[in-house]
Design a protein. Sequence first.
Length: 263
Amino acid sequence: MTGPELAEAGRLLAAARRPVVFTGAGMSAESGVPTFRDAQTGLWQRYDPQELATPAAFRADPALVWGWYEARRHGVLRARPNPGHRAVAAIQARLPETVVITQNVDDLHERGGVPAPVRLHGSLFAPRCSACARPAPVLSDLPPPSDPPEPHDGPLDPPACGGCGAPVRPGVVWFGEALPSAALDAAVEAASGCDLLLTVGTSALVHPAAEIPLVAAGLGAPVVQVNPVPTPLDAICAVNLRGPAGEMLPALVRAAWPDADAG
């Protein structure tokens, strides 16, 4: 993509020193990770995701819920970071004060070169005890790219906590649960102090995470949106770049810094 919108977005990025990159499900979907409501294949097609992603569902049938999340985690392990993830890492490498905030629960930002994104909705790779909250190890380490795990398809008993023996639960935020306070505080602080917010692949419909760009805009920071379709954020954005993150973000990096390796 070329044109005045990309040139203006590149100018804003080049002038920034403390940008925030805020990413949503569209970013990971470009790597083949289904969005939450599309993550139903095989046995899981008979279930409503919203009915599995609750504390009550886990209490009622831990094996069913754990099995579904293991299927999702294995699916993520088969995915690879896309050029958009690598472009975000290039921005952070160029501007070390960049804060990456994500609504996604996969590990593609880390594998794409961003070591410590702020995770508003937790992670499929950070299970914890359902009773005492003690961190628990994942069932397997990241396999080599040539040998991804086969997707799990069915109920699976969760492991027991090494401390108290209670079932281990996925380390994600379920319906009816508050966002982790440390992550939300870090996100609000970053958005409050940034000089540019780049929002990528988010529908801006899931609250309170969707309010993060509004915080930045309300305090005067320009907001640049990368999304193939309009969202509720269109009206507050200084620039709207229509297109997929895997194309738009590398182009944006090159527009800001022609000498940059955008991945």
